[in-house]
Design a protein around this ligand. Structure first.
Ligand code: ZN
Length: 137
């Protein structure tokens, strides 16, 4: 089995933000020389997440609104007593830090309306890392 690992470094500009990384991830899969396997997209951060869904402006705003509703910044979170970002940690924990995609015939498989996003939950940040690891043959 072969592995091919690359890291994306992404600057974010807002407290809550979706950053479309589909093109970058697909480029890494194409450059991996791996025909069949899986592609892990992982954000090694406690206050960011990875999701796959439609790149449509309204829906992107809806996703951020849903996160704000589910994890309100001003909730009575204990972590806010030491670090004012409990909502970001909770959203990251339950949305998830990574997603896995199939790789078939050298292509990353995703739905037509499944772009890949880094979810910034506690920005802006100078550099968010996303690890893209392709494993297979
Ligand atoms: Zn914290």
């Amino acid at each position: 089995m072969k592995t091919h690992v690359k890291q994306l470094n992404i600057r974010t500009h807002k407290k809550l933000q979706l950053v479309d990384i589909t093109a970058e991830v697909e480029e890494i899969v194409r450059g991996s020389d791996i025909k069949n396997g899986i592609c892990l997209v992982f954000a090694p951060h406690a206050t960011a997440a990875i999701v796959a869904n439609e790149h449509e402006r309204g829906l992107m705003e809806d996703m951020l609104e849903k996160i704000s509703m589910d994890y309100p910044h001003n909730g009575k979170w204990k972590h806010n007593l030491i670090d004012d970002n409990a909502a970001a940690h909770l959203a990251s924990a339950f949305i998830g830090s990574g997603r896995v995609f199939p790789v078939l015939d050298g292509r990353l498989i995703r739905g037509t309306w499944q772009n890949i996003f880094l979810v910034e939950l506690d920005g802006p940040r100078y550099s968010r890392r996303v690890i893209v690891e392709v494993l297979g043959e």
